[in-house]
Design a protein around this ligand. Structure first.
Ligand code: ADP
Ligand code: MG
Ligand code: MG
Length: 886
């Protein structure tokens, strides 16, 4: 079994096996770019190790063989005392998990080879000892779990003794002393000396990378990002090149376009005389990549050429890591870079313009989650608010909240329902919990490529980084800025687009993209690249999609908004609210009546009110279908709660008031009490049991449709019967409804469809029979999920879903995204058997899933005609329906 691949053997499509980093290092190698030689140990080796706790058979031999060939190619042997080869050992999973797993640099150094390294570098002892102390530090921390702070303290101590704050001022002797101090720390924590044997260093480091896959923060990150837990990581062993050889060396990171806005240009950070991690760790302040032109024009030009080449090759924004060793450029990493939602749209548009991709491909480069982010509100800054600081707009959005300084406090306050802004000098992977809990993240150091920025962008969380006017004092729980002090619990507002920071809570307003959807911003006139890109991609999605998109809307106002957002009708108009408010009294009368006449009086009083509601909705949806669901919830939901009523009656009796009516109500509530109301007297069952109730609703719908049509409009009502499990239920309701419709509609030309929700598993399994009586099906996937799994939606999510997620029983709540295998199968069966019985059967979905990107793709694949979702999700569903179709 082949567990090890030379860089020359891989390519960018082998991410499953080689991880993203390894696959792209191979790709760059084969493009002829300057990549230091090395090899990749596969994710399969990692999985085997994690499953059995030991390296799989054959791995050691293959590593040996590849190491020997690397040594031959470099003309040096790993850790050779006179002329050592050093390597880095780098994790790299299929999906990038920034800073989540481990990397060890300078493997191969020991007390003897450090001398050889100095000689190799022309007698540069400072460099050699700096490299050695870094090895002990990284190896100690990541391989042997020595607390990182101990090394940090020792380094601070050495700087203090030297009277400096920069590591650059430490000379060879200082660093030699530091190596001694580090070794003592290592011994103290591990009970053994720092391993001197290079091959042992290498093997332990490889094993540590394997194990880092299951580190707590990596597990947490994967859960947050929905990355499967069983992929494993690859391990890359790469010949070291050195950015810490002096001022003509250095290391940097760059993007081929601005990952925040998508704008073209040069975006990156560079740090002279430094090794890898220094750039992202924010140890010293980096300089903008443009400055490299002045420092080393040849490397700069070469780098820009390579970046252009990578963009053309990957046909997308790339991010890269590079190192310059004494004027020689080396590429250490590239990948298709993460970007903000806005940048995703803008870049996709640009790449179409540049002829690199077509519009179908552009659709694949964006997604509904990104579009949803762009619909977040913005700060409204017309008056009074002056920023107190400006950092880098690292991840867009507008967030206000109470300031906290530690991850733990962020988690605590968020659990109490507070909005919090996590403020740090810089973040590191240990802050992940706090970053998840916070509304936004504010740091005083680091640029667009800092840990805070990268992780926040990945989570879609607002982040301002590198606001260096802010002086953060974590132990004192405060920061000072512009002569003011902000303490824990004070409110600040941060704008992740502009990088501006405000004291207090800034009010918010709708985003440009929402204004575009609302029709108040003309894309042709907008000078906003984002709005133009969104318009272009949405237009293509609309042209490409097969699924229609409707909205769930219960009022004229909601219907109007949904229509502006592009809804092609209403897929679910609930009638419950038509029984609330001042109509409660009529409903109480309806429930309390003992005689048929009293009941018909109550219904007759409700009829015109409901009719007017429908008139309003039909007018707004002129020409488009409106699916009205007959009343669904148990009627006692419209009565006051039992306990409250009992107390009221008792109090009133005490006071000697007349309580006859309240007592009757109380008796009714008692009589109607159900142990399992969701499985009780609701939906179609109400229509079968309470004479005249459905008939009143059907009449109100038909009369409203006739009125709107007589006004010159066009109403297309579809009456939907909820909770049907057997065709006989539907037939009974339908027979009565058809009589009323025929009577009301007359020759007005109005056409009313009658169909049913498919939300009881039995309905899905007898869909062929039910279709005989239904002109349409609408899948009520909320109830179908509830009854399919036997989960009470209102009770279970908080109670045990966390455990199910932890165990991997499902990766996401089945109420959020359709469970394809189970509930989805019911949908598929019902769609197939329903259509077989009645080919022209209309099929739609009206559960929450209609606005969930993954689910939209599923509904497309089973051949539904439309999805319906809340008005605000309509653009997301349109986009995803387009993506599903190309
Ligand atoms: P991450 O996945 O966290 O970015 P990497 O494996 O990319 O970790 O390593 C971090 C940094 O270490 C890199 O950006 C690079 O600068 C440095 N590095 C890794 N391997 C080498 C090498 N062979 N020579 C020089 N620097 C290296
Ligand atoms: Mg990296
Ligand atoms: Mg339902």
């Amino acid at each position: 079994h082949k567990y090890v691949y030379d860089f020359a053997e891989g390519n960018k499509d082998l991410k499953d096996l080689l991880g993203g980093k390894g696959a792209n290092l191979a790709e760059m190698t084969n493009l002829g770019l300057p990549v230091p030689p090395g090899f990749t140990i596969t994710t399969e080796a990692c999985k085997a190790y994690l499953a059995t706790g030991r390296e799989p058979d054959g791995l050691a031999g293959q590593i040996e063989a590849h190491l020997e060939s690397l040594e031959r190619g470099m003309g040096r042997r790993l850790g050779d005392p006179h002329d050592p080869l050093l390597v880095s050992v780098r994790s790299g999973a299929k999906f990038s998990m920034p800073g989540m797993m481990e990397t060890v640099l300078n493997v191969g150094l020991n007390d003897r080879s450090v001398v050889g390294l100095a000689a190799q570098a022309g007698g540069n002892e400072r460099f050699a000892w700096d490299s050695y102390r870094r090895l002990i530090q990284m190896f100690g921390k990541t391989v042997c779990e020595v607390p990182g702070e101990e090394f940090e303290h020792a380094l601070d101590e050495a700087k203090r003794a030297r009277g400096t704050t920069s590591d650059l001022d430490l000379d060879a002797d200082d660093l030699r002393g530091l190596v001694d101090a580090y070794k003592k720390i290592f011994l103290k924590h591990t009970g053994r000396d720092f391993p001197q044997e290079p091959r042992e260093q290498l093997d332990l480091a490889i094993r540590a990378v394997f194990e880092s896959w299951n580190a707590e923060r990596a597990v947490l990150y994967r859960r947050q990002e929905r990355i499967p837990a069983d992929l494993g990581t690859a391990v890359n062993v790469v010949a070291m090149v050195f950015g810490n050889l002096g001022p003509d060396s250095g290391t940097g990171v760059a993007f081929t376009r601005d990952p925040a806005s998508g704008a073209q240009g040069i975006y990156g950070d560079y740090l002279a005389n430094a090794q890898g991690e220094d750039v992202v760790a924010g140890i010293r302040n980096t300089v903008p990549l443009q400055d490299l032109e002045r420092l080393d024009k040849r490397s700069y030009d070469e780098l820009l050429g390579i970046m252009a080449r990578l963009e053309g090759h990957y046909r997308d924004l790339c991010d890269i890591e590079f190192t310059i060793e004494r004027g020689k450029l080396w590429m250490l990493q590239t990948r298709v870079g993460k970007r903000t939602a806005a940048a995703a749209f803008v870049i996709a548009g640009q790449l179409v313009d540049e002829g690199l991709i077509d519009l179908d491909e552009a659709l694949h480069r964006v997604n509904g989650a990104q579009l949803a982010q762009l619909m977040f509100p913005r700060f409204q800054l017309d008056h009074d608010f002056e920023p107190v600081a400006k950092g880098v707009g690292a991840s867009p959005g507008a967030a206000s909240g109470k300031v906290v300084f530690t991850s733990a406090r962020a988690v605590e306050l968020a659990a109490e329902g507070e909005a919090v802004i996590l403020v740090r000098r810089e973040t590191n992977p240990d802050d992940l919990n706090g970053m998840i809990a916070a509304k936004g993240i504010l740091t005083s150091r680091g640029g667009k490529t800092s840990h805070a920025a990268v992780v926040a962008r990945g989570m879609g969380k607002t982040c301002v980084s590198g606001a260096d006017e802010i002086d953060v004092n974590v132990p004192a729980k405060r920061f000072s800025v512009a002569g003011q002090t902000v303490s824990e619990g004070d409110v600040v507002s941060i704008d992740g687009t502009t990088g501006k920071v405000y004291l207090g809570e800034v009010p918010v307003m709708p985003s440009e993209v929402v204004r575009y959807f609302e029709g108040t911003l003309d894309p042709d006139e907008a000078d906003d690249a984002l709005v133009r890109a969104v318009h272009r991609i949405m237009t293509h999605a609309d042209a490409a999609r097969r699924l229609a998109v409707r909205a769930n809307a219960d009022t004229g106002e909601d219907a109007a908004r949904a229509r502006r957002f592009g809804a092609q009708g209403i897929g679910l108009c609930r009638t419950e609210h038509m029984f609330l408010g001042d109509r409660r009294e009529l409903v109480e009368r309806l429930i309390l009546t003992r005689t048929d006449t009293e009941r018909s009086d109550a219904l007759a009083a409700l009829l015109p009110l409901q009719r007017d509601d429908f008139v309003e909705i039909f007018r707004e949806m002129d020409g488009l279908p409106v699916t009205v669901r007959l009343i669904d919830p148990p009627l006692h939901e419209f009565l006051p709660p039992l306990e409250q009523l009992a107390v009221d009656v008792a109090v009133a009796q005490e006071r000697g008031e007349d309580v006859a009516k309240e007592e009757a109500l109380l008796a009714a509530v008692r009589r109607m009490h159900e142990e399992n109301p969701m499985l009780g007297l609701r939906g179609v069952r109400l229509g079968l049991v309470i004479p005249g109730l459905f008939a009143m609703q059907v009449r109100a719908i038909a009369e409203a449709a006739v009125r709107v049509t007589r006004e010159g409009g066009s109403a297309c009502p579809e009456i939907m019967v909820p909770l049907v499990g057997a065709v006989q239920e539907l037939e009974t309701v339908r027979a009565e409804a058809e009589k009323i419709i025929a009577e009301v509609v007359g020759d007005s030309g109005v056409e009313v469809l009658i169909g049913t929700m498919i939300e009881v598993p039995r309905a899905a399994l007898t869909a062929g029979q039910i279709a005989e009586a239904a002109q349409f099906f609408s899948f009520g996937t909320n109830d179908l999920t509830q009854m399919g799994w036997g989960f009470s939606r209102d009770d279970v999510e908080g109670a045990f879903f966390w455990r199910y997620l932890e165990l991997g029983i499902f990766g996401i709540s089945p109420f959020e995204s359709i469970d394809r295998d189970g509930v989805g199968r019911l949908v598929r069966i019902a769609a197939e058997e329903g259509r077989a019985a009645r080919p022209e059967l209309k099929l739609g979905v009206c559960g929450e899933h209609g606005g969930d990107p993954e689910s939209v793709h599923f509904f497309h694949s089973v051949g539904l005609d439309y999805v319906s979702c809340s008005p605000f999700r309509v653009p997301v569903a349109r986009l995803e329906a387009g993506r599903a179709a190309v």
